[in-house]
Design a protein. Sequence first.
Length: 178
Amino acid sequence: MGADVAAARPAPDVAAAAQVLAHLPQATAIAEGRGTRVLTVFFDPNCPYCRQLYRDLRPFVGKDGLQIDWVPVAILAPSSLGKAAAILQSADRLQAFREMEDHALDPNLPAPAVPQASQIRATTRQTLRANEAVLKQAGVYYSVPLAVYRNRAGQPELLLGGPRDDKVLAALLYTVGP
């Protein structure tokens, strides 16, 4: 009986992915590309692994119906709050997100303006708290970058970190379903 119960339970990452996906409507995401195949990525503006994933995803965004939904959180450093707020408070969030990531990848590019703590709106702080609450649904996987999606069979999937090379990333992205 114990084996049957264990077999009936989803694997921890499937359960965590399902939890995060169920709470995604409570998060605020920045859509990049348009499509029915959606990969949602939680990121912190101070995360070097998030920047690496951002850079690695450039050739795939918008291709074959792939949309990347970027969900900002501020969990790694005190300066994460201002950087995430700069993105969320921008009139063009996608452009602000790209500028923040591009500058971090190439410090020779102009640095985006980052608001002081007193300039961060209460609604922005609420948005970041809501995004972080959704990320916490991942349980032990509470880390960034964290990507969730439904595969082509409709099953929830979770990816912590980024794939080790372009071939693995391309194979993973192929599995993202509508």
